[in-house]
Design a protein around this ligand. Structure first.
Ligand SMILES: Nc1ncnc2c1ncn2[C@@H]1O[C@H](COP(=O)(O)OP(=O)(O)OP(=O)(O)O)[C@@H](O)[C@H]1O
Length: 520
């Protein structure tokens, strides 16, 4: 199995598309090697190489690991072509990481400099073409690939996490993007809401992708800024990309997980996510529309919470400089002062078998968009630019529809509705979640759980095995919509890790509402 991936790679080889004998390096005296390019790899054989009489190459560079290739003239009428790959390399202990590997080959087939350069360019062009990721076909037309050359607007929060986002971007990400022919314009945020205003108000047509180098909070700003534009439906087709610069980095960890990569953090996670951007494959992502009793409508890509988990998230903000360790410290502090929250939780199960059978629908009943008391126009008659209708919700002032499930208990330690696999770099909360599974993964912890049981759940969540504990206080149900009505304005609510005033909230999934760079 290739280091760094949970899934085994496909075998290389296949028919040879190009072959030739070139210098194994840019300098004139480099030993000659024989190259064979197949659809999946560049195979290198050296005379007297380790493959000896066997048919296998001495080295094979997987094009799935390749981010770029260039051709250029060299001394003495020669030309060169090079390729840059980021294969996984494993330390003896710990998780393997993608590491840069550049190989250059010298073309000197005669005294004609232009002829040599043409050959080098032909190899380089073919390597670039074959390095474009294959678009998965099992899921209709939901996938796309960024164009080359590509123009990216990078929204970067210098205060995210431990405050190293700008340095890390310049040291780790920018060189990789240059190799992949992705030109960047970096917008450094100066205050909260800065990115929100930027993407809401500006012409974004010159960018092929919007990259967020920050924590999940900045991406939340960007998503909601984009959804406030009159052209939101078009602009949401522009792929978004998350590069982990924050402390939680839940979406980055989820995308790394969906790509089949081993669990990693910090620079290794950043390199994996930058590699995903370099390859350019993007797909659709679900968003959840949240409506509050005070009339706010918010769009969320990660999760909504109330109680313990949200308390940890917000209480640990002051330890932001510790990076991900802030959550461990916050968990221990919140465990010490464990609280119970009272309210009513209702949901529409994703699997109708799990709920009460749907009540016959009144054909004359008004359709609502979930904002308190707001009634939607009939489908198809919405004003241009109108936001997507919350067709599963009724106004918060009305009882939930009869086919919803109302949780009998009304005392909770925590309620968390997540739509990605990871709640943080080290918390695999919803192992079954996918980018567009049309599902909200609803977890709730009933009052009465002991501190020890709660700690065990969080420790097991590092491996995603918390449900295997069969804790009677922990419930999990995949849903399409939910409503939470706190009995008092007690406790912190969070959306995508950002604090929200505590009030009645409901939300529903909107399938495939935006696009995101992803490795699979
Ligand atoms: N220049 C800035 N100074 C202070 N705050 C900012 C600035 N730019 C953005 N913010 C705000 O900082 C908040 C947190 O940002 P972000 O999500 O990037 O980092 P984080 O909270 O450390 O990461 P995570 O969400 O992964 O825990 C956001 O609410 C954002 O509005």
């Amino acid at each position: 199995m290739a280091a760094g991936r949970r899934a085994p790679p496909e075998p290389g080889g296949g028919p040879v598309l190009l072959q030739g004998i070139f210098g194994a390096g840019p300098t004139p005296g480099a030993a000659a090697c024989s190259l064979a390019l197949t659809a999946r790899e560049l195979q290198v054989r050296r005379p007297g190489g380790s493959s000896g009489g066997s048919t296998g190459p001495d080295a094979a560079l997987r094009l799935a690991d390749c981010v770029g290739s260039a051709a250029f003239p060299a001394a003495a009428a020669a030309a060169c072509f090079s390729l840059v790959c980021y294969p996984f390399r494993g330390p003896r202990w710990g998780s393997p990481a993608r590491q840069r590997l550049e190989r250059t080959f010298r073309v000197c087939l005669g005294p004609d400099a232009e002829g040599n350069l043409r050959i080098a360019q032909a190899w380089s062009r073919r390597i670039r073409e074959l390095s474009v990721p294959a678009v998965p076909t099992q899921d209709g037309d939901s996938y796309g690939v960024l164009p080359r050359p590509c123009r990216a607007l990078v929204l970067l929060n210098p205060q995210s996490g431990a405050g190293r986002a700008l340095e890390d971007f310049q040291a780790v990400v920018q060189p990789m993007l240059a190799e992949a022919d992705i030109a960047t314009t970096v917008f450094v945020t100066e205050r909260p809401h800065h990115a929100h205003e930027k993407v809401r108000d500006e012409d974004l047509s010159q960018w092929d992708t919007l990259v967020v180098m920050a924590g999940d909070g900045l991406l939340y700003e960007v998503v909601n800024g984009l959804m406030e534009r009159p052209d939101w439906a078009d602009i949401m087709k522009k792929p978004l990309c998350i590069l982990p610069g924050g402390s939680g980095n839940a979406l980055a960890a989820s995308i790394n997980h969906y790509a089949g990569n081993d669990h990693v953090a910090k620079k290794k996670l950043l390199t994996n996510c930058a590699f995903i951007l370099c390859k350019g494959l993007h797909t659709q992502m679900d968003l959840v529309s949240l409506s509050t009793a005070s009339g706010k409508r918010l769009f969320s890509f990660l999760g909504f919470g109330w109680g313990f988990i949200s308390d940890v998230d917000i209480d640990s903000e002051k330890y932001r400089r510790l990076g991900n360790a802030r959550f461990t410290l916050g968990t221990l502090q919140c465990l010490a002062k464990l609280r119970v929250y009272q309210g009513r939780l209702s949901y529409l199960p994703a699997d109708p078998e799990q709920g009460t059978p749907p009540a016959p629908r009144d054909p004359h009943a008004p359709v609502t968009n979930g904002q308190a008391g707001c009634i939607l126009p009939p489908a198809g008659t919405e004003a241009p630019g109108a936001l997507p209708a919350d067709s599963l919700l009724v106004p918060l002032c009305q009882p939930v529809p009869a086919h919803w499930t109302v949780v009998p208990e009304e005392e909770f330690v925590s309620v968390y509705a997540i739509y990605q696999s990871h709640l943080g770099t080290n918390l695999l909360m919803a192992p079954a979640a996918q980018l567009h599974d049309g599902c909200i993964h609803l977890f709730y912890l009933k009052a009465g759980i002991s501190r020890v049981a709660l700690l065990k759940i969080f420790l097991a969540m590092a491996r995603g095995t918390h449900l295997d504990l069969n804790c009677p206080h922990l419930r999990y149900v995949p849903v399409r919509a939910f409503r939470l009505e706190p009995r008092a304005a007690a406790g912190i609510m969070t959306v995508d890790g950002e604090a929200l005033a505590c009030e009645p909230v409901q939300g529903q999934i909107h399938s495939r509402l935006c696009r995101v760079l992803s490795g699979s």
